[in-house]
Design a protein around this ligand. Structure first.
Ligand code: AMP
Ligand code: ZN
Length: 437
């Protein structure tokens, strides 16, 4: 196979040079971070008062971890390290309510991020002759605009179709000869099912590739999508705290995701001890963003479980590869690509006074999509045979949840005291989706 590189020198930089570059960038970003009160305090406590206190890459282990909790505490501007008028965009983590985690970009940050997305897209074999339909949510979620600008930088014709509405997606694909799409793996499976349902002939489409990410999926699911749609599927990993997409991406060997180490420092730690795991073992991914000045984030605990491949890739890139992400170390659920913490649901339903004390969150597969059901008990004094007020209550819960979590749940009401109560730690989530990772 002939591999194409967006920036051959950077992508194939010998490890020693790559690490020297990382050290230089780390020092720069530590200096930037020291402008924020949060890092001034945190780094100061660790004895880091100045960029020169970082002398080697190993010194990154002296930098304290940053968590989602820290980011929420710092909302809205606690992590901003440039004057506000230099900021040209913000993004926020998907599906969060209450206090979101927000990141800011200046002009150079956007250019650097776009470059990493373009590099990722190019690594899959795409070029300016491609027509790219971005079937993912635009808006605060980074997958929309991130891929949009990356696709334009490659020179592809970008169709900002957004997620959903499969019939319209087919029409766009046919009208403009779409060759590559970006979507969640569950939406790709949904697209395939709809194709059959609506009698859309595969031959009427010019589709060759898909970028699939934003949620975990297995190698089997990849193969299934590839076989059903006759395309190549590339795994795309990113998170808003690290800009969004373009953090780690598969090359044409489709065997692990190259993490762009000139933009990010990746560590894998044991989630309990927070010590590094032996090379190749699975643990929690910790990332330091080297390429964003407006809101620096150092040693971010992603909660994502993965490990490094120890062998170099046959494509010639020297940037290490991550294994497919298999799960998380916290209770965050990903429902059709939208992140959701059970506590967000609890917050909403417990604010409704007619709702009783016990509830259960059930996630299952309905066809190829995820389905969220929220079962709650009603408060004492509410009678189950009085259907009119019950239906109104159900609808109110559903609407409030939908507006807060951006997912439309099914709501079930149960009599007070009828939902199972576990002894010990309450088990509030039943994730019945098949575990095929
Ligand atoms: P967000 O910040 O909303 O973009 O969500 C980021 C999270 O989505 C990550 O921390 C992962 O848990 C998940 N995610 C993104 N891409 C993938 C992928 N390719 N495989 C598994 N999980 C992913
Ligand atoms: Zn490779």
């Amino acid at each position: 196979m002939i591999y194409q590189y967006w920036n051959e020198r950077m992508e194939t930089l010998p490890r020693a040079e790559l690490e020297a570059y990382q050290l230089e960038q780390l020092k720069k970003i530590v200096a930037v971070a020291l402008r924020t009160p949060f890092y001034q305090k945190r780094l100061g406590e660790a004895g880091i008062h100045d960029a020169d206190d970082i002398r080697s890459l190993a010194d990154i282990r002296r930098v304290p971890f940053t968590t989602k909790h820290d980011l929420r505490d710092g909302f809205p501007y606690g992590f901003l390290s440039v004057p506000k008028d230099e900021v040209i965009r913000l993004h926020a983590s998907s599906g969060t309510t209450g206090t979101p985690t927000t990141i800011y970009f200046n002009k150079e940050d956007i250019a650097r991020w776009t470059n990493f997305v373009a590099r990722s897209i190019y690594a899959t074999g795409c070029n300016k002759t491609d027509v790219f339909q971005n079937m993912i949510t635009y808006g605060l979620f980074t997958g929309g605009l991130g891929f949009h600008f990356g696709g334009e930088a490659v020179g592809m014709l970008v169709i900002p179709s957004g997620a959903g509405n499969t019939t319209r997606q087919f029409k766009l694909m046919q009208d403009f000869g779409t060759t590559v799409v970006h979507a969640t793996p569950s939406f790709l499976l949904h697209v395939e099912a709809k194709m059959r349902e609506e009698g859309v002939m595969r031959e009427s489409l010019a589709l060759k590739r898909a970028f699939a990410g934003a949620e975990p999926y297995s190698e089997d699911t990849r193969r299934r999508i590839e076989a059903l749609l006759h395309i190549d599927v590339y795994n795309s990993y990113g998170l808003s705290e690290m800009n969004g997409p373009g953090v780690a991406f598969e090359c044409q060997t489709k065997d692990g995701l190259h993490i762009w180490e000139d933009g990010y420092i990746a560590e894998i730690v044991n989630p309990d001890t927070l010590e590094p795991v032996p090379d190749g073992e699975v643990g929690e991914l910790v990332l330091t963003c080297l390429c964003r000045e407006a809101s620096p984030i150092l040693r971010y605990r992603t909660r994502d479980l993965t490990g490094f491949y120890t062998e170099p890739c046959s494509c010639g890139r020297t940037h290490r590869r991550l294994r497919r992400i298999t799960g998380r170390t916290d209770d965050m659920l990903i429902i059709n690509g939208v992140n959701l913490f059970p506590s967000q649901i609890e917050e909403v339903i417990m604010s409704i006074k007619e709702v009783g004390n016990n509830y259960l969150i059930v996630v299952e597969k309905e066809g190829v999509l995820d389905r969220l059901t929220v079962k709650t008990e009603v408060g004492l004094g509410i009678f189950m045979d009085d259907t009119r007020p019950l239906n109104a209550l159900k609808e109110r819960i559903r609407k409030t949840l939908q507006s807060m979590i951006t997912i439309n749940p099914r709501v079930e009401l149960h009599e007070s005291g009828s939902l199972p109560v576990s002894e010990g730690k309450a088990k509030r989530v039943q994730d019945n989706r098949p575990k095929d990772v």
